[in-house]
Design a protein around this ligand. Structure first.
Ligand code: PMH
Length: 376
């Protein structure tokens, strides 16, 4: 990692990634493979480091959203199979074949456009079925039949897998989930009548694979739970597998002062000291993804909770301390100090969003520090 000068960092606990993969490995059938989902820079944790650790810990394949993200993995020397979830323009498909990257498709027109410029090495593809997510995918039997006819003719394109994605696998009510499973089975029955070469089927995300391991086919696509976060409150309470969060966020006091009763803090002078108070400043702000709406949430200093006071600035944030602390005292914004914890879910709840969003929005300006480099 490049040297960084600012005392603000995210610590990524790669051992936690290994632990979480072991937990799902123990849960799903032996023949079911694990695809580690490392799109969006590994949900903000660092795609290359997470991918390498995941592969070392028993994951068999990787998945990303974009061709760019797949190339970052290849450039780092990773040779494991990589699936791109998103649509890659037909004109860019040769980049995938040159780099041995598997693409997702779901349109007959896409197949026909790609087949017009056959490459020497075959292109490997997985077909996406939309069984009720409503995002991308083949929806009807007619579409599937037409696509298979086009695929028969496209000799440079090899169908290796078929998958679908669940919209509600993390919810208590399972009607929609069950409907998606039945729809998948219907399309699968038709597919098997019309197609003889073998393919792998994969349907489950973290929620589905941990809650319904017996319903998984040849593989799972394991995302949020690999990072140690539960996909929803329902799954957190159910606790189908034990998880350890990998991401924690820290800074250090860069300024500490005593202010008089009545003194105001930060833009808009929205906070007024009720008595004489100790105020600390930490070098993290909304440009780091530490959003202004986090005003008021607690951070941890010396194992105790201290509130953020006044508006969060672009690069700096103020906190109310219970006493004087020296410059460079560690401040934990997400994670544990002693018995206290500010979890990713606490931050997500404060922002009225889901845990997935939080590590993704902590910007690149915050260096990610991995176990081997980490000194607390
Ligand atoms: N498969 C696909 C196609 C996905 O889009 C995702 C996550 C996963 C698997 C992994 O899901 P998990 O993290 O719940 O295990 N995709 C997204 C998304 O598009 N928005 O939030 C998560």
């Amino acid at each position: 990692m490049a040297h960084f000068y600012r005392p603000t960092w995210a610590h990524i606990d790669l051992d936690a990634i290994g632990y979480n993969i072991n937990q799902i490995r123990k849960t799903i059938p032996k023949h079911t493979s694990i695809m580690a989902v490392v799109k969006a820079n590994g949900y903000g944790h660092g795609a290359v480091q997470v991918a390498k650790k995941a592969l070392e810990s028993g994951a068999n394949k990787l998945a990303v959203a974009l061709l760019e993200e797949a190339l970052v993995l290849r450039d780092s020397g990773i040779t494991a199979p990589i699936l791109v979830f998103g649509r890659v323009a037909p004109a860019d498909v040769h980049i995938a074949t040159q780099n041995n990257i598997t693409l997702t498709f779901f349109q007959k027109e896409w197949l026909e456009a790609v087949a017009l410029h056959p490459s020497e090495t075959p292109l490997e593809v997985h077909m996406k079925w939309d069984t009720g997510m409503g995002r991308v995918g083949v929806r009807t039997e007619e579409e599937l039949t037409a696509i298979l006819e086009a695929l028969q003719k496209a000799k440079n394109i090899k169908l290796k897998g078929i998958y679908t994605h669940f919209a509600t696998a993390d919810e208590a009510a399972c009607d929609h989930f069950n409907e998606q499973n039945s729809r998948f089975q219907q399309l699968k029955a038709l597919f098997e009548k019309k197609w003889s070469s073998p393919v792998v089927y994969h349907t489950g995300n973290s929620a589905a694979s941990s809650r319904y391991p017996e319903k998984m086919y040849d593989g799972i696509r394991f995302g949020i739970a690999m990072y140690g976060l539960y996909p929803s409150q329902t799954t957190k309470v159910e606790h189908p597998i034990d998880l350890k969060p990998a991401f924690s966020l820290h800074s250090r006091l860069i300024h500490v002062k005593k202010v008089e009763k009545g003194a105001t803090i930060s833009y808009g002078a929205t906070y007024e000291a009720k008595t004489d108070e100790w105020i600390g400043t930490i070098p993290i702000g909304y440009a780091d993804g530490w959003l202004r709406k986090l005003q008021g949430i607690d951070v941890l200093v010396n194992g105790k909770r201290m509130p953020i006071v006044g508006r969060i600035c672009m690069d700096q944030t103020m906190i109310r301390l219970d006493q004087h602390y020296p410059i460079d005292t560690k401040v934990t914004l997400i994670g544990r100090q002693g018995r206290e914890e500010i979890s990713m879910d606490d931050v997500a709840t404060w922002l009225d969003t889901i845990n997935y969003e939080i590590p993704c929005i902590i910007s690149d300006r915050v260096p990610r520090v991995y176990d081997s480099e980490y000194k607390s």
